[in-house]
Design a protein around this ligand. Structure first.
Ligand code: HEM
Ligand SMILES: *[C@@H]1O[C@H](CO)[C@@H](O)[C@H](O)[C@H]1NC(C)=O
Ligand SMILES: *[C@@H]1O[C@H](CO)[C@@H](O)[C@H](O)[C@H]1NC(C)=O
Ligand SMILES: *[C@@H]1O[C@H](CO)[C@@H](O)[C@H](O)[C@H]1NC(C)=O
Length: 502
């Protein structure tokens, strides 16, 4: 038996060679097609091995290879992904050829985790019919109606902040603003006054924070992203158990309460309850759409909550950060607020807010420099020949739109690290490609809550600028450091500013 060790060694060598050849084959996908790509590494492709890296960095590295071609190739594990670098190509994917790119391919596992089957993660007919049902919730008419409710929340927020400032003038504005948006969405989506500023440990705030502490590490996230079928087979779940339980309970209680007491309010929950009770009709095709179940309603309410509070609060946080770093911008914005409010007898009305153009420019520039959602994605429904190129995007393949990279490209935004709201003066917008600014995505699958998110950020900033002054202090992170574990763009360790009552 003295050949035994040699045999074992042979087997090991053969196995290793096979694995190596497997990866080499897989990673030859882009070079075979003559497409420029970022060199992948075994076994994770362009994902980092053994450490966290933010998506903005992972896709930023690929975007950096941009040339004249429509896209650069990348690999997530062994899956080839298309990273769009040309804005006309981006427009093809998001808008012109949407019928082939309506799928996002985000993992959902309705059976094991009902909360995961929400608008963001559904695809195909289920997405289409749900989007149609939910769209009436977000019209500008509905937003106008919610406006006074939001202003109320903002006023309470400013009162509570004034009180807190008596004790301490340095605060983490990210945390403060997350409490504000939690209160807004709690009121508008669930009809529940959370008062997060007075009571920072209330359940909404607590589970809101935990929502983004996913159960999965970087590998788990990769599997969920690229191999949803395997993830489903393994019964993988995304959200923590206690988060799921909390939202299931709170929605059930709210629905029961409203039904029993016949409560009708002008909020998201009301609309969701109607979708549970009524059959809606797709007027375009004249077909009846199914009623929603309580689980489906919970998933949507949960999504509104999750999508609404973190994105909007980080947008406002970065606006305040840049205004603290650039006091002349802060002064200009405050002057606009005061001038317009004086014109309206001091009332913050829907019309008054609309007149504050500079505030909007500040928010846009902040969403440009710090897009809360750093990449968009679409999966090809069928093989798709890329225009002006011989390459075919295969059925099921992922197209990533690297929003952060585009927003920081000096071809569209000279001196991209400079915070300059004048980039959003109307003549400058006109001269830019429409796809150069994508904080809410674009096309039929863009952010459904865009108006709500913008309105909330506007009201928050207006009220804050009117009442408070923001300055940098020794605890302010300069330069900004981003969290690598939170999937949206977010400061690593909070964002402290010195706040003074005016
Ligand atoms: C500043 C705030 C916000 C930002 C930056 C933002 C950003 C985005 C982005 C980039 C997408 C993907 C779009 C695409 O793939 O083209 C998205 C989708 C979505 N957002 Fe927002 N969002 C914000 C606020 C909100 C709010 C307040 C809500 C709800 C109340 C909301 C609900 C949604 C939903 C439901 C989707 C999925 C739409 C679909 O797949 O049909 N978002 N958001
Ligand atoms: C749903 O039905 C209720 C009465 O059951 C009605 O008041 C409401 O307007 C209906 N909603 C929709 C969206 O059709
Ligand atoms: C401002 O609000 C007060 C009280 O709500 C109201 O009487 C007044 O007409 C409003 N002014 C304007 C210009 O809207
Ligand atoms: C900000 O960007 C949005 C597009 O998301 C646009 O509709 C709006 O007009 C812009 N506002 C300003 C002042 O640039």
């Amino acid at each position: 038996m003295k050949f035994y060790p040699l045999t074992l060694l042979t087997i090991i060598i053969v196995l290793f060679s096979l694995v190596y050849i497997f990866f080499k084959r897989k990673f030859a996908y882009w070079s075979d097609r003559g497409v420029k790509y970022l060199e992948p590494r075994i076994p994770l492709g362009n994902l980092p091995f053994g450490r966290y890296e933010h998506l903005k960095t992972i896709f930023g590295n690929i975007y950096a290879l941009k040339d004249k071609s429509p896209f650069i190739g990348g690999y997530i594990f062994t899956n080839p992904v298309v990273v769009a670098t040309d804005l006309d190509f981006v427009q093809d994917i998001l808008v012109r050829d949407f019928q082939n790119f309506h799928e996002r391919g985000v993992f959902n596992n309705e059976k094991d985790e009902p909360l995961s089957a929400h608008l963001f993660s559904l695809d195909g007919q289920r997405w289409k019919s749900l989007r149609m049902k939910l769209s009436p919730t977000f019209t500008s008419g509905k937003m106008k109606f919610m406006f006074p409710t939001m202003v109320d929340v903002a006023e309470k927020f400013c009162e509570a902040l004034t009180e807190v400032l008596h004790k301490e003038s340095i605060h983490d504005v990210k945390d403060l603003l997350a409490r504000f948006t939690t209160d807004v969405i709690g009121t508008c989506a669930f009809g529940i006054e959370c008062n997060s500023l007075k009571d920072p440990d209330n359940d909404f705030r607590k589970y809101g924070r935990l929502t983004f502490e996913l159960r999965l590490g970087i590998i788990g996230r990769g599997i969920v992203m690229q191999f949803p079928e395997i993830a489903k087979f393994l019964h993988m779940k995304i959200f923590r158990e206690d988060v799921t339980e909390f939202f299931m309970r709170i929605v059930r209680e709210t629905v029961d309460y409203r039904r029993k007491n016949n409560v009708k309010r002008n909020d998201f929950m009301n609309l969701l309850i109607e979708l549970m009770d009524n059959v809606t009709t797709d007027n375009e095709n004249n077909v009846k759409l199914d009623k929603l179940t309580i689980e489906q309603v919970t998933a949507q309410a949960f999504l509104f909550f999750a999508a609404g509070f973190e994105t909007s609060s980080t947008a406002m946080t970065f606006s305040l950060y840049e205004m603290a770093l650039n006091p002349h911008i802060q002064q200009k914005a405050r002057k606009e607020v005061n001038d317009v409010l004086n014109k309206h007898d001091g009332n913050l009305t829907y019309e008054a807010a609309k007149e504050m153009i500079y505030i909007d420019q500040v928010i846009n520039e902040s969403l440009r420099k710090y897009p809360p959602v750093v990449t968009l994605r679409r999966n090809a429904h069928d093989d798709y020949k890329v225009k002006n190129s011989n390459v075919v995007i295969q059925k099921g393949q992922t197209v990533v739109i690297p929003v952060y990279g585009i927003h920081h490209d000096s071809e569209y935004y000279p001196n991209p690290e400079k915070f300059d709201p004048d980039r959003f003066a109307s003549d400058q917008i006109r001269n830019r490609h429409p796809m150069a600014f994508l904080p809410f995505g674009d096309g039929p699958r863009n952010c459904i809550g865009l108006r709500f998110g913008r309105m909330q950020a506007r009201i928050g900033l207006i009220m804050l600028l009117k009442n408070f002054n923001f300055k940098v202090c020794s605890k302010t992170p300069i330069p900004m450091e981003f969290s690598k574990t939170i999937p949206t763009l977010s400061p690593a360790n909070g964002l402290h500013l010195k706040i003074e009552r005016i």
